[in-house]
Each structure stands twice: as C-alpha cells, then as structure tokens.
Design a protein around this ligand. Structure first.
Ligand code: GLC
Length: 742
C-alpha cells in the first residue's frame, strides 16, 4: 500500500511540474508577442465603480484602455454581470489577455462572517479556514479571482482602526491563522472554481505605525521585524499564498512600496516567492507625498526596481515605465519578470482557457444562497464571542424569563453587525439577509417570554432624552440586556482613535439602567479593544461581541441562553486606559519589573494606574469551569535535536459542556538578547462534557525555543526555560522548568 502511495505521489509531482513547465512555456511564448505598452498594461490595475476602497481618481478612458490591453487587472468590480462585461472588453484586445478581478473579501462575500479579529478570538483554526473557504466559494462564483486577504499585520495598538482586520497581537497565533486563511481562500489548487488567489498584506509592519495612527511611520530593528512582524507573512507564504500586497507605511525611512530590502531581499530572494506583489491603493504615487520620490516618474522607478509588480490605482507605471525603459534607467528584464509573475497566475486560474469561467450566473445563484454557509457563519460567530464577566450566574439567561428588556443603539441595527471591510452587494436587502440582535432574540424566546425594547441613546452624541424610557423599560423586566459599542465605521482603515472609551453617552446609559437594580448583561460591539472601566467594574455580565456578521443575532441569542457555551479568548490585550498603550503580554522584563499590579516604587510602572491590563491576552470565561492538573515533562534536560513531551489533565469541573483553549507559554530565562516574560508557543481548543477529563499533550522542540539573536540569526541557545500552561497569558495554571543543553 505504502509503495503505491509513494508512486502516486511521485506521479502527481511529475504531473504538477510538467503542468508548471507548460505554463512557463506559454508565458514565455506570450511575452515574446507583447509590445512594451501591452507588458506595462499587465502591471496596471484600476478600480471599478461598485465600491470605493480608496481615494478614487476618475478615468473616463478606462474602457478603451482595456480594449487596447493597457489594463491587466481591476478591483471593486462586483458580480458576474459586471466582471463579464469588463472581460468582454479585454477579449477585444489584440492578444486577448484576460483581466484579473480582485476584491477585498476580508470576512465573507455575501455571507458576512465575524470580523477577522473576532474570528481570531475563536482560536479555532478549522473554523477560520472554513470561513475563508465559504468566502472564496461565494466570491469565485461571482467573478472574483483574487481576494486582498488575509491581512496578517500584527496589531499591538488598539488606537489603530485596522486591528479589526487582523489576528491580534501575537506572532504565533497570527501565523497559525494566516496559514489557515490562505488555505481557506486558495483551497486545494488555484484554478478550482471555488478558490481565489490570496493576497498577504500589508508587507510589512503596517500595524506598528507610530501612535496607532493609520499610514504612519514605522521604525524598528531588523531583529524586531523578523521576530514579531514577518513570521505571519512567512506562514502565509508557506501555505502557498499566490500574491502579496505591500503597505502604505515607510519602514526605517523607506516606504514599503519602494523597499527593495522587503520585496526583493526578503520576499523574492530569501523566501523565493514566485507570485507577484501588488501595491496598496496608490502607494506608488504616495512615495511623492512621503518625500521619497521627486515625482510620479521617480516613484515608478523606485517601485519597479524594488519589486512592486502591479500598480494599484496610481497610474505611475502606465505613465512612466515605457519612458524609463527607453532612457535605459529600467531594464526590460525587470518589466518582463513582473509581467511573467502576473501572467503565470492568469494561466493557473485557467483564464486563458475560459476568461468567463468565474462569471457564471447559475453557479453564483447557488453559491450565494447556500444554507451551509449561513450555518458556518453562525457557528463562527458563536465561537468568536468572549465572555469577559459573569457574576451571580447572570448568564445564561433562563428560557423561562418572563420579561426581557433589550436596550441600546445596536439592538435593532442590521448592517452595523457586518463591521468594516464587508462586501455590500447592491442587489441584497440586508435588513432581510442579516439577523439583527433583536431578530435573534425573537427567534430564540418562547411565547411566554415578553421582549421589551428601548434604544436609550445613539452610539455617538450627548443626547440623553431616551434614558427615561430605557430606565422605565428596564424596570418592567426580569433581566436587562444592553447592546452598545462602536459604529462599524469607527474601526477599520483610516479609523484611528485617540480615545478608546465607549463613544457618546453609552456608559451613562449603562449606569442609568444599572441603577434600577435589575440583573444586567452588556454586549459590547466593536472592531477593537475599547475602554469601559465603569461597566467592567459594575456590570455583572459582559460579552464582547465584536461585529459578528450576517448571523450575529442568532449567535448572540444562542450564547445568551446557553445554547452555545462561550469559548472565545482575547487575541489582543485590553488596556485600562489609552495611556498604557502600547501594552501587550509578551513584553520584555526590563531591569526594574513591577512585581505586582500596584508596585510603583522605582519600577517600570505608572504612578496613576495599575500595571496590569484590564483584560489580558488569551483571556475569556466559560459557563463552566476547568481544572488543570498533573503536569508532566518527558524530560527536564534536552539537547537541541531532542523534544520534550508535555502532558497534563484538563477536566471540566462544571455542570455544562464547554470548550477550553489551553495555552502553552514558554519563558527563556536569559538569552544573548533580552527575552519576553513569556511567549505563546502552542495551544489546543478542547471540548469537554461536564465532568469529563482529558490528557492534553504538547511537544517542545528546538523551533519553539528559538528566537532571533542580535545578528538576526534564528537560534536556540542553551539555558534554563520555564514551561507554563495557562487559561490566559495572565492566569498560569501549571508550570515547570527544563534546560536546553548543547
Ligand atoms: C486599501 C487597503 C487595502 C485594500 C486596498 C484595495 O486602501 O489598504 O488593504 O486591499 O486598498 O481596496
């Protein structure tokens, strides 16, 4: 049997390489026929008119340029009708090179999933991959070949609105999620009709902008770049990512778009990336605003020489590349390399065989109304919810509750549940497609339960006129649910906030409702960690519900009534105040570490605030309880080519089934560079019935002990280590020591 499998695998690999050779041959043959204008056309991408995702420059000549083969790709062209229409124009060009259609399918296409940061809170890699799979299936059925996702930027600063789009602050978790998302988007093979090309973004370190201000400068050591910010990109590449997108920020003084160290040294040479790099919206032209390029022509020169293959929306390549080649400043080889990278993908997608193969109305109709997609979205939403607090067994709410008051500005919203970076299809009535939080509760409660509603206030503004009605409504109820938070366009691109408190008078509404003395549950809807200290300290039950997408209402109702036991764990640290930022769990010790959260005397701390976060990375509660015991190490001394088996018992000591994310943290007690106080190095999400116990095992190997030294070499140094098993980064249940010897 084994022999047959080996032969099969060998035959498959032969077939794949033969296929690749034939594609390379086709690319080379086509390239020979292309004029320089047609070659540069392939490097040129324009936006369509279905959704604006950047500062649009109107180009009335777009359709003619497509017919002349001067545009190779478009974005924001949504739906089979429109993509087919533009493709028909491309088929009138001399060489009939098909257009590539890209779209920000970030967390769902028609079926909207929880925003990526919320999905990260599920720590459920299979569910995250499935979400990307569903998105790809729907997008690919609607004419889209290419999604500008996953965004894999490490986000340690919640003032940055785009933390909603990534996987949070941790490099290990972020790398695992990056891998899962690429696998989900690209499926088994590019060219399958339910797969789209992934685009790993934003290369690189976009999330480290000074002050959490979007598009802002980044300055960091090469070591920090490699240790913290690059690994999720490499994980995505290892998953087979077809494309990369560079980033708006300058990094160490050079804009990423013109950064040959990033795009050539690291991506195309060291990592041997064979796909292509697309610039971010206008980022080539923005090198003039950066003060890096004198004008658009110099920007084109810097970008193409630095390895930026396709120009999104800046027109730099279309206007200046031919001239630069004629002047001998840019070699035609550079152009050819970029063109070949792009043509290869168009062949792999099968677009030369059938340019319309993704624009199939019938397939779209089926794919966009698949009940399995709705189920996947609901389950992902349930898993993304984080239970922050639950005192006096306020949750789950009894299904026999006579009267429930559902109060707040989010309760009856529809599109707000989609969050930022959701795809809005013109033909969809989202008030029917989305399950609002109010709908969800109505779907859930029986006929003996009375539901009361009051808006209370708006998300923003100072108007408290609705408070009286809200308080009166609360007084009539057995239990009150408050749904508050950010508007969906308060987190996302160009949505940095200097103040992370709950907007408007929402926390005053919480106080007014709490004053009734009723049991209160607060739902916080947001795209980032917010600051809500009074609520956190005074309300007995709090669920962080992010923005959960199409099935938000049903998922929230299932959690509120215990039909799903919340299992989410925070992928980002929640600060007590903005003044603590940046605050993240895997920080260095410093020479004067604060021994506890109240220490201030000559230690690294604030004198006006506790040293701990409001909620730590990896934190999340359950309706049940878990006990960790019996930590065992297969050895306490290993060589670098050996491993340690770590095992312990995890028991569900409560009354209901639940899922726990057991987290493995390591601490390298001393190193040739200072090392984080602890680092996530593995995790397992485990479902246990009430009373059930299970042996959990992790393996520690050299990879888990390694880091980048001051020469930026990936090394594991002999020395003492601590292994910790925690239910969060700040709640370690079991620990032990071991030594790595030469
Ligand atoms: C935006 C974003 C990028 C997105 C692109 C196309 O400005 O930075 O993430 O993919 O433009 O919409």
């Amino acid at each position: 049997m084994k022999k047959t499998t080996t032969i099969m695998l060998f035959m498959l690999s032969l077939f794949a390489s033969a296929q690749q050779q034939s594609i390379d041959q086709k690319v080379n043959d086509l390239l020979k026929k292309m004029t320089i204008e047609e070659k540069i056309g392939q490097l040129n991408q324009y936006t369509g008119d279905n959704q604006a995702t950047g500062p649009i420059t109107i180009n009335p000549n777009k359709q003619n340029e497509i017919k002349q083969g001067l545009i190779g790709s478009m974005l924001n062209v949504i739906g089979t009708k429109y993509t087919r229409g533009y493709q028909e124009l491309a088929m009138q060009s001399r060489l009939k090179i098909p257009l590539l259609f890209g779209q920000d399918v970030i967390h769902g296409y028609k079926m909207t999933f929880p925003l990526p940061l919320a999905e990260a809170a599920s720590w459920d890699l299979a569910a995250i991959e499935l979400g990307a799979r569903v998105a790809a299936t729907e997008a690919a059925a609607s004419g889209i070949h290419w999604t500008f996702a996953p965004m894999v930027d490490i986000g340690r600063d919640p003032r940055w609105g785009r933390v909603m789009e990534g996987a949070g602050e941790d490099t290990y978790l972020g790398s695992k999620i990056a891998y899962a998302r690429v696998k989900g988007f690209q499926g088994n093979k590019l060219g399958d009709l339910n797969s789209v090309m992934a685009c790993v973004k934003h290369f690189a370190a976009y999330g480290a902008g000074v002050g959490g201000r979007d598009y802002n400068s980044v300055d960091m050591s090469e070591r920090m770049l490699w240790e913290t910010y690059l690994p999720p990109f490499k994980a995505a590449l290892d998953a087979g990512a077809a494309t990369f997108m560079n980033s708006f920020n300058d990094i160490n003084g050079i804009p990423a778009t013109g950064n040959a160290h990033l795009q050539r040294d690291i991506l195309k040479e060291k990592w041997n990336f064979q796909g292509f790099v697309v610039s971010d919206w206008g980022s080539i032209g923005e090198m003039v605003a950066h003060g890096y390029s004198k004008d658009l022509k110099e920007a084109a020169y810097s970008a193409i020489t630095a390895g930026s293959d396709m120009d999104m929306e800046s027109n730099a390549y279309r206007k200046h590349l031919a001239e630069l080649v004629k002047e001998g400043r840019v070699s035609i080889d550079l152009i050819d390399d970029a063109v070949k990278r792009i043509l290869r993908k168009k062949f792999e997608l099968g677009l030369f065989d059938d340019p319309y193969r993704y624009s199939d109305e019938k397939r779209a109709e089926k794919a966009l109304n698949n009940p399995e997609h709705r189920k996947a979205a609901r389950e992902m939403a349930e898993k993304s919810i984080v239970l922050l607090k639950n005192e006096n067994q306020t949750l789950p709410i009894s299904k026999n509750a006579k009267t429930i008051a559902f109060i707040g500005p989010m309760v009856k919203e529809y599109k707000e549940n989609m969050g930022f970076w959701s795809v809005e299809l013109p033909e969809v009535d989202y008030n029917k497609w989305i399950v609002s939080q109010w709908d969800g509760l109505q779907n859930k409660v029986g006929k003996n339960t009375k539901l009361l509603y009051a808006k209370g206030c708006e998300i923003e503004g100072t108007n408290k006129d609705g408070f009286a009605e809200a308080v009166e409504t609360a007084k009539q109820a057995d239990v009150v649910i408050l749904s508050i938070g950010e508007r969906r366009d308060m987190s996302g691109e160009a949505k940095s906030r200097s103040d992370l408190h709950l907007p408007g008078v929402q926390e005053d509404l919480v106080k007014a409702v709490m004053a009734t003395g009723k049991p209160v549950v607060v739902l916080i809807n947001a795209g980032r960690p917010l600051v809500f200290n009074w609520t956190a300290d005074n309300v007995p039950a709090i669920l962080y519900t992010w923005w959960l997408g199409t099935e938000a209402g049903n998922a929230i109702a299932n959690v509120l009534f215990g039909d799903y036991n919340p299992s989410g764990k925070l992928p980002m640290t929640f600060p007590r105040e903005v003044g603590q930022i940046p605050i993240y769990y895997n920080h260095f010790s410093t020479g004067r570490p604060a021994k506890d959260e109240n220490a201030t005397n000559y230690v690294s701390a604030y004198i006006d605030l506790k040293n701990s976060p409001k909620y730590p990375f990896g934190y999340g509660l359950s309706y049940t309880t878990f006990d960790y015991s019996g930590l065992k190490l297969s050895s306490t001394k290993i060589k670098s080519n050996e491993t340690i088996k770590v095992s312990f018992q995890l028991k569900n000591t409560g009354k209901v089934a639940g899922e726990e994310v057991a987290q493995l943290y390591l601490k390298d007690k001393f190193g040739s560079v200072v090392r984080p106080v602890l680092e996530l190095r593995d995790f397992q999400k485990v479902k246990l019935n009430a009373g059930e116990s299970k042996t959990i095992e992790f393996t520690i190997d050299k990879e888990k002990l390694s880091f980048y030294n001051d020469k930026v070499e990936w090394v594991a140094e002999p020395g003492d280590f601590e292994v910790m098993i925690g239910t969060s980064s700040a709640d370690i249940k079991l620990k032990s020591d071991f030594e790595l010897v030469n």
